[in-house]
Design a protein around this ligand. Structure first.
Ligand code: LLP
Length: 414
């Protein structure tokens, strides 16, 4: 569903004009649509109706408390990768019993926090992590529920920085080692084996690698069973892609149906960890043109959002559609849309054909996932405000950072 539409010559988020949001909250500003968030989760819930399944939103895609709140109210759980993300989930009143904890570098403190809150499962990513978790759980007098994140070595056909399930990636345990590691885990007294996990990459537009990975994992599930290790759940990770430009976006149905068919009758609870798909197209980054700087080689539109607000273009050469909030009917020119940061890599979009004037507002689309969560304070830029639109109501869900907050934790020498 698209909650960002043109009405009466200007761009709206649900029933609110983005120009009104800019006037009220300033720019740069992330704007999310509650309806779009709910619709994205609902697409999963519809397909999973009657299936023993849990959708765990990957908090790293967007951890704002209000976003977690929207999903938690609809029964979602959460995939976390740090103690900080767990604390966010708790602050949003999310249910820790619906939390899975992924990540290759869990510290003792993070394990302890998660154990104290009785999370659903630890997705263990290495042999030494098994030992450490066993030890930490023992000290607390608890049994840690675990699954091993197995690396199925399938090619997700996505950007190399966000593919994770290949042999050469740092994630998970090698497929060929999984059986013996499970057999070792059985001998560790403070662990309880509950499942198996895999996540092969992000922004997958072709669902077939998911099925390929599942086939491999199911072979392992059967081998485990014949070795007396019965699993209760299978976690298939996240990774379903979205449309940024002109990609053909796979439906959740085309992704899930083949997987559900393979899993039918196996009695395994299904865990999914979607991030981008639930939030990516439910958010835009609203920005204002500070200056137009036409030049001999390139024309630059310098906007008030930068790579510190949205790192994806600079980091992955990612393409985000950029549209005027109040489109002009003049002849377009080709613009470099760039931020104020002192780096040539600080761009939001290259070669965009747009009719622009200084002071115009632009919306950077598909910015709801890995936008705010990857933002920084580079160049001492306070982070953007975030708002959520719900029909005709606008909630401020994160105040614009103050300059003072940027150095509040610092001190001069005595
Ligand atoms: N589960 C695990 C274990 C993950 O590592 C990730 C993402 C997800 C779930 C959620 O994946 P998603 O459904 O969002 O594809 N910053 C990059 C994306 C990094 C993804 C990292 N892991 C970007 O902006 O494209």
């Amino acid at each position: 569903m698209n909650a960002f539409t043109l009405k009466n010559g200007q761009l709206y988020a649900e029933s609110v004009a983005l120009s009104d949001i800019a006037a009220r909250f300033g720019t740069p500003c992330y704007v999310y649509s509650r309806t779009a968030l709910e619709a994205a989760l609902d697409e999963y819930l519809q397909e999973l109706m009657g299936v023993d399944a849990l959708v765990c939103f990957a908090v790293k895609a967007n951890g704002n408390l209000a976003i977690l709140d929207v999903f938690s109210r609809l029964g979602a759980g959460f995939d976390i990768v740090s103690g900080g993300e767990l604390k966010r989930v708790l602050a949003a009143d999310g249910d820790p019993k619906k939390v899975v904890f992924s990540g290759v570098g869990k510290s003792r403190e993070e394990m302890k926090l998660a154990l104290e809150h009785n999370i659903f499962c630890f997705n263990v990513e290495s042999a030494p992590e098994l030992e450490r978790l066993n030890e930490v759980a023992g000290v607390l007098g608890k049994k840690a529920p675990i699954s091993l994140r197995v690396n199925p070595n399938v090619d997700p056909k996505t950007h190399p920085y966000i593919s994770t399930g290949l042999k050469k990636n740092k994630f998970g345990v090698a497929y060929d080692d999984a059986l013996s590691l499970y057999q070792h885990a059985v001998t560790l007294p403070n662990l309880e084996i509950t499942g198996i996990d895999c996540h092969i990459g992000s922004q997958l537009l072709d669902p077939s690698p998911f099925a390929e990975a599942l086939d491999k994992i199911l072979i392992l599930v059967d081998q485990l069973a014949s070795n007396g290790i019965q699993l209760r759940h299978i976690d298939l990770g996240g990774g379903l892609g979205i449309r940024y430009k002109d990609e053909q976006e796979p439906t959740v149905k085309s992704y899930l149906q083949p997987l559900l068919t393979k899993l039918k009758g196996r009695g395994l609870k299904i865990i999914l960890e979607p991030g981008r798909r639930l939030v990516g197209n439910a958010g835009v980054l609203l920005t204002k043109i500070e200056y137009l700087k036409p030049g001999e080689a390139k024309n630059f539109a310098i906007v008030d959002a930068a790579m510190n607000d949205l790192a994806r273009p600079a980091l992955y050469d990612a393409w985000h559609e950029i549209v005027p909030v109040q489109p002009r009917h003049d002849a377009p020119r080709t613009w470099e849309i760039v931020g104020p940061i002192c780096e040539t890599g600080d761009f939001i979009g290259h070669d965009r054909s747009l009719a622009l004037k200084a002071g115009d507002l632009l919306a950077v689309l598909s910015a709801g996932a890995y936008g705010m969560t990857m933002s920084s304070n580079y160049n001492s830029r306070p982070r953007a405000a975030e708002v959520m639109v719900d029909g005709s109501i606008v909630h401020l869900i994160r105040h614009r950072e103050t300059e003072e907050a940027l150095y509040a934790l610092e001190s001069r020498l005595p």
